[in-house]
Design a protein around this ligand. Structure first.
Ligand code: GUN
Length: 294
């Protein structure tokens, strides 16, 4: 078993981003700038956004966190997005999900200027990604690709089974691994809540991407000897054993699965750290204007 070490890879890529950000800051006369909108007080979301902001500072970006109460109207939120779309000092804009029930996440996603959509959720970015054209790729799948690339893992011709079809991870991951690209060129199976005999599908996989949000969902009996196992799960449980008061669990039973796998990501210290790197790389691209001229 080899560890796909998110701590090591993310630190290395962040050093490169920091250097590029410094050069770009000299050229533009300002730092690359990410704005994150957070609505309400979901504990997980508050932690993730704080981490995104902290990471921006670490690589020399400017970051702004706009935090609204859960009762903000959809209209007020959309109007704020329009304002930021038009602000030339902002390169990237993300709205942390999930949103309160009275706000339509699809409307919010489409309201963000696709040229600032560093989450890669806008249909224009999604369509361009499917066509293998320059675009913003959603941060978690992007981070996974960067990890596979770092360890020079050859995915071509492999059978990839993805567990979970979310817009944020499972669905874009299925597109990316199926593309005629490297990493890519996989035969992809996208499994979900209606999949019959999910365990059997997973047993066939050379590459497993677990993104279902259920602690220890992937057990050793579901994993083929030598499989590559990517664990996207961040399941938080209250714990008095950690400083934060929470302990994180993946979607994979790591202890039991690791000995069977050829490569595996730990939780924490795996995909979560790479997600941040994906977001930082997209923000840098947005500031460079490489994909889209503003
Ligand atoms: N909620 C969970 N993951 C993400 C993400 O990558 N971006 C946003 N905006 N919200 C999320």
């Amino acid at each position: 078993m080899n560890l796909l070490d998110g701590k090591h890879v993310s630190a290395k890529i962040k050093e490169d981003i920091k250097q590029e950000a410094a050069e770009l800051t000299t050229k533009l006369g300002r730092k690359p700038h990410l704005v994150a909108i957070l609505v309400g007080h979901d504990g997980g979301s508050e932690t993730y956004v704080a981490s995104k902001m902290r990471n921006c500072e670490q690589v020399g970006f400017e970051s702004t966190n706009l935090h609204y109460e859960a009762d903000i109207t959809e209209e007020a939120l959309l109007s704020k997005i329009t304002e930021i779309n038009q602000d030339p000092s902002v390169d990237g804009l993300i709205v942390q999900l999930p949103l309160p029930k009275h706000i339509d996440p699809e409307k919010v996603t489409e309201a963000i200027d696709y040229r600032k959509d560093v989450d890669g959720f806008h249909p224009i970015n999604l369509g361009r990604m499917q066509r293998n054209l320059p675009c913003f790729i959603p941060a978690t799948p992007y981070g996974i690709l960067l990890m596979l690339e770092h360890y020079q893992i050859d995915t071509s011709g492999k059978k990839a089974v993805i567990i979970g079809r979310s817009n944020i991870v499972g669905s874009p991951m299925s597109i990316l691994l199926a593309r005629n690209a490297n990493p890519g060129n996989c035969t992809v199976t996208l499994t979900h809540s209606r999949t019959t005999n999910l365990a059997q599908e997973v047993q066939d996989a050379d590459i497993i991407v677990a993104a279902i949000g259920k602690k220890n969902f992937v057990t050793a009996d579901m994993v083929k000897e030598g499989a590559i196992v990517i664990d996207v799960g961040i399941n938080r449980e209250v714990s008095d054993l950690t400083k934060s008061g929470y302990k994180l669990f993946g979607d994979v039973d790591f202890e039991a699965v690791a000995p069977k796998s050829s490569w595996i990501t730990p939780v924490p210290g795996g995909v979560g750290l790479m997600t941040i790197v994906g977001l930082l790389k997209n923000t840098l691209e947005a500031a460079k204007g490489t994909f889209y001229t503003k």
